[in-house]
Design a protein around this ligand. Structure first.
Ligand code: ADP
Ligand code: MG
Length: 535
């Protein structure tokens, strides 16, 4: 494509290979784009809320993913429409920034697009719609702040945090164990949080999974875990106050590396050689003991004889530990990796409160837990579950919960969920529309209607009659002047989300509204789509 000018200076576009391109302009372009965006939103709509459906996605190489997480669903879908890709990006940015609310943001954007289409059909200029949406989103943003509440919690009273994480987890496949998982998530976040600076480094939380056991067996480890075991089955399985020597040099009698020839032609000679070897190795063990090591973690292997000797001399050891894990252990325990045996000194030992080996099921699977490490507050969440899909989905759900806990530590404002915040915003935006004399007021009203789509979807997914439920709840909100009324998805018997303990973070909700508005504005402003036709 090229832009050219004719002799009067009027611009025109040259489409190369004219017939192989399609071009949509004006209202047609906008309608096509809106349709694409709405198609994506429609897919996610049924996954919203505690009674939302899950999606099963199969990748080209046959791997199956079952998930309820909006960002993951879109990520795995092979979308090739450009506008649909914008919706994928939308969900992803909510995921990056907030972590939760990835389905809601797309549903919101879809609703805004749907409303916009009606406005465009009535002849309102897309820019007017965009401006109206922008104003409305600001009203909603500020209204959210007004209805938000501060949520007090401390390191001793984690219950409020747990409740919020439970709301996040209640809409996931893992909601059977939401209490356990929410507690784990909160404890993990608090373990690495800096409450004074209100900051949390989620990188310090490692999430590992192993197939087997029950979801309830998922545990939080205050330390790190390595997929290794003690080199000898009779070595102690538990070492308190471990001092760890981390070696990257061979831990056995020296082996001739280049070609040597040792002639052994008598029993005596053999005996001497053997004794020599044992003595050499004995000295190595003694050296480790002298510097105070109670555990040796070695990158190399050692042979059975060395193993036997180590057991005899009461020095537990772990062999064949990979480089990455070795580094992790060194960082966490504050030890130094020792590349030459001679350099081993007491200062180079890593320290950990307890090192223990744990075995699983009937398999020979064993893991090494290194807990209460000296240097680092890093924690590990160890997920158990029936199959790989379950573990992967639990990882994703925990990610949401961890993010929510982190967001609350950063900013402890919350709004109530179950669509209550959206309904309240909708009422506020609707009321504000009258104050605007221009055409924008139509867009502002449409924005209010779009906000209703979230509670509508929640009601629909829970098997309630959507419009009836929404109108009843909205009327109740206005009558009681109570912004906490939402959709009673789980049939608890009250619409008051405060009583149901269903809440979400304020920043999460605000971000949803801002991001959705931004994307919709962007889509509305496109009035010319030039693309190659299918080949
Ligand atoms: P997202 O990916 O957007 O977080 P979810 O599937 O997690 O989507 O659904 C979140 C929505 O479900 C929120 O609007 C939240 O308020 C609502 N929700 C969660 N738990 C409940 C509940 N127990 N009762 C009513 N609404 C709930
Ligand atoms: Mg969620």
């Amino acid at each position: 494509m090229a832009l050219a000018f004719d002799e009067y200076g009027r611009p025109f576009i040259i489409l190369r290979e004219q017939e192989s391109k399609t071009r949509l302009r004006g209202l047609d372009a906008q309608k096509a784009n809106i349709a694409a965006g709405r198609a994506v939103a429609r897919i996610l709509k049924t996954s919203l809320g505690p009674k939302g459906m899950d999606k099963m996605l199969q990748s080209p190489d046959g791997e199956v993913i079952i998930t309820n997480d909006g960002a993951t669903i879109l990520e795995q879908m092979d979308v090739d429409n450009q506008i649909a890709k914008l919706m994928v990006e939308l969900s992803r940015s909510q995921d990056y920034e907030i972590g939760d609310g990835t389905t809601g943001v797309v549903v919101m954007a879809g609703a805004l697009l749907e409303q916009a289409e009606k406005l465009l059909e009535r002849g309102i200029h897309p820019l007017r719609v965009a401006e109206g949406y922008e104003m409305a989103s600001r009203i909603a943003f500020e209204h959210l702040e007004k209805i938000s509440q501060k949520y007090e919690f401390s390191a001793d009273n984690i219950e409020p945090l747990v409740q919020t994480c439970m709301t996040t987890l209640s809409s996931k496949i893992v909601n059977r164990c939401k209490r356990t998982l929410a507690e784990i998530a909160v404890k993990a976040v608090l373990a690495v949080a800096d409450l004074e600076r209100k900051d949390v480094n989620l990188d310090m939380i490692k999430v590992e999974g192993k197939v087997g056991g029950k979801l309830e067996d998922t545990e939080l480890i205050y330390g790190i875990m390595v997929d290794k075991d003690m080199s000898h089955p009779q070595m102690p399985k538990r070492i308190e106050d471990a001092k760890i020597a981390i070696l990257t040099c061979p831990f056995e009698p020296p082996k001739p590396k280049t070609k040597h020839k040792v002639d052994i032609d008598s029993v005596e000679k053999f005996q001497t050689l053997r004794q020599q070897e044992v003595k050499y190795f004995d000295e190595m063990v003694q050296k480790c003991k002298d510097v105070g090591a109670t555990l040796v973690i070695c990158q190399w292997g050692f042979d059975d004889e060395a193993n036997h000797l180590l057991m005899h001399r009461n020095l537990p050891a772990v062999r064949w530990v990979g480089g990455v894990e070795l580094e992790l252990i060194a960082i966490a325990t504050g030890g130094r990796i020792v590349p030459r045996f001679q350099e081993l000194t007491p200062e180079k030992l890593g320290k950990a409160g307890v090192v223990r080996e744990k075995s699983f099921g009937t398999t020979k699977d064993r893991m090494l837990y290194i807990e209460r490490c000296a240097n680092s507050r890093a924690v590990t969440i160890f997920i158990r579950g029936g199959n790989k899909m379950m573990i992967e989905e639990t990882k994703r759900s925990l990610h949401d919960a961890l993010c929510v806990a982190r967001n609350l530590i950063r900013n402890n404002s919350i709004v109530y969920g179950g669509g209550s915040a959206e309904i309240s915003c909708s009422v506020a935006v609707e009321a504000a529309a009258d104050r605007y004399p221009g055409v924008e007021q139509y867009a502002i009203r449409s924005f209010a209607q779009a906000l209703d789509h979230l509670p509508l979807a929640l009601a629909e997914n829970s098997g309630l009659p959507p419009i009836d439920t929404l109108t009843a709840v909205k009327a109740q909100q206005i009558k009681e002047n109570n912004p906490f009324c939402g959709i009673d998805c789980n049939d608890v018997g009250t619409t008051n989300m405060k009583e149901q303990n269903v809440f979400e973070t304020l920043i999460g909700k605000q971000q949803q509204i801002l991001l959705a508005t931004q994307v919709v504005k962007m889509i509305l402003k496109i009035d010319d789509v030039i693309s190659p036709t299918d080949y």
